[in-house]
Design a protein around this ligand. Sequence first.
Ligand SMILES: Cc1cc2nc3c(=O)[nH]c(=O)nc-3n(C[C@H](O)[C@H](O)[C@H](O)COP(=O)(O)OP(=O)(O)OC[C@H]3O[C@@H](n4cnc5c(N)ncnc54)[C@H](O)[C@@H]3O)c2cc1C
Length: 529
Amino acid sequence: MANTDQTWDQECDVLVVGSGGGALTGAYGTAARGLDTLVIEKTGHFGGTTAYAGACLWLPGNQAQERDGVPDSADLGRTYFRAVVGDATPHELQDAYIDGASATVTFLEDNPHVRFEHRPFPDYYAAPGRFEAGRGVFPVELPAPGGPHPLLDAVRPPAWADRLGLPAPDGPLTDGRALIGRLLLALESTGNGRTLLHTALTGLITEAGRVVGAEAAHDGGTLRIRARRGVLLAAGGFEANAELRREWQDLPGADWTMGAPGGNTGDALIAAARAGAATGLLDQAWWCPSLRFPDGSAAFTLGLRGGIFVDGSGRRFANESLPYDRMGRRMLAAKAGTTPDNPVWWVFDDRFGGELPGITVVPADRHAFTAAGLWRTAETLDGLARQIGVDAEALGSTVRTFNGYAAEGVDADFHRGEDPYDRFFVADAATRAPGAADANPCLVPIESGPFHAVQIVLGDLGTKGGVRTDTRARVLREDGLPIPGLYAAGNTAASVSGPHYPGPGAPIGSAMVFGHIAAADMAGQEADR
Ligand SMILES: Cc1cc2nc3c(=O)[nH]c(=O)nc-3n(C[C@H](O)[C@H](O)[C@H](O)COP(=O)(O)OP(=O)(O)OC[C@H]3O[C@@H](n4cnc5c(N)ncnc54)[C@H](O)[C@@H]3O)c2cc1C
């Protein structure tokens, strides 16, 4: 839309759309450099899916790692990232991420509200440069404010509470909530940052090819917001947009996403595409196996202590202890758990006392699951096979073979338990299944009835396809030239990791680095390397 006679409801130097990790890193970056920065957030909460996250951040070679004795470096990180991602994304974009990681942490920690620490969590691939003990850093827990606090009180509750419609629990902000809380406090401390909740970007305003502002739905009307330096789109992916997911991914994923509700329907991506942005990786997401819930939703499931996954033929199709995105990709390849008609069943015996042998980020009520047919129980494996509609001979044979592998400590089919990631969640006796053998605690026999089967489907932590960006986080047109005044970070952008999830913290880590780079660019500076 070209218009030289614009009228504006609000003016700022920088408009930031969204309030996840990339958005708030960018907003702090411009505000700390003296630019008048306005953050708009569609929902009534700050933080988006970032607030749900463990907030591991994959940022190789940063000062928090150094403080905590992790011998990482940008070069080691690059070796690993390149080995995993290869040529799937431009090398210069990968280098911008890797080389910007350390500077992002240093810049943020220069503000007294922001502090990170290392905690172990292995990288997801056996590749050169891997840190088996984990290289990720996490935000340090944020003590609860002494009283009401307009910013911190509006941080999105953790996933389990949000799903149940509950407020955030009392006490310190942890994980993703700590990251969002800390970045909000840092933004506030600059004196140059403003925030508007319940304000949704609906379109971009351009003049002679440059983005000069945006329109946003607010309070039943439309706000026209002028952004003198630029607009940073960090409004998540399109995970909650059922129509786009069917069109671009041919999957019913919108019901099964872990994306925070009410927000990520691809608004920023659509607005940017209308302004001429090129897009990529639209068929991609950060996949994860997910427990299917009676209300039709699903919840991220990881860290299996026992049980096997079988498809509709009653056979295993992957190493069940794989990192979640890799398991999700096996599910896609096997067309297992990708629609309501082809569920995966998580089969385990009763040694877990009727509890799920793994972590689900939203707790499951066994009775409600049983009533909905999502959790089946039978005294015998044959009976279980009949209940879940798979061939009894095939399921029996799968379990017999698996129990043989458990006795030997070697999974000859899928090599479960051979990788440090597989063993991470069963590393100590307290987390191991009763009867798990020391030789390979990931292989737990299925032998003592009653037997259980619980439905698993292909969920995601958000989509990762979006607008194409360059090393300065500028949004690109189809011809490869940047759209002046327009930047993107996080799941609004086509991910620097392409169709891979290299290690814990890649989604938020890369969102933060490109938010940081965009901020420096809008301030007319090059981000420190
Ligand atoms: C349980 C769980 C654990 C995870 N753990 C990790 C982890 O440890 N490390 C990691 O890196 N990743 C993790 N992830 C993945 C990660 O949380 C997401 O991929 C990432 O946070 C997405 O960041 P984002 O900034 O793109 O989107 P979001 O954090 O979702 O932020 C987008 C925001 O934009 C807002 N918005 C949308 N449309 C508009 C609009 N039109 N106008 C204004 N605002 C809008 C949304 O409401 C939302 O608040 C985890 C995910 C889950 C669910």
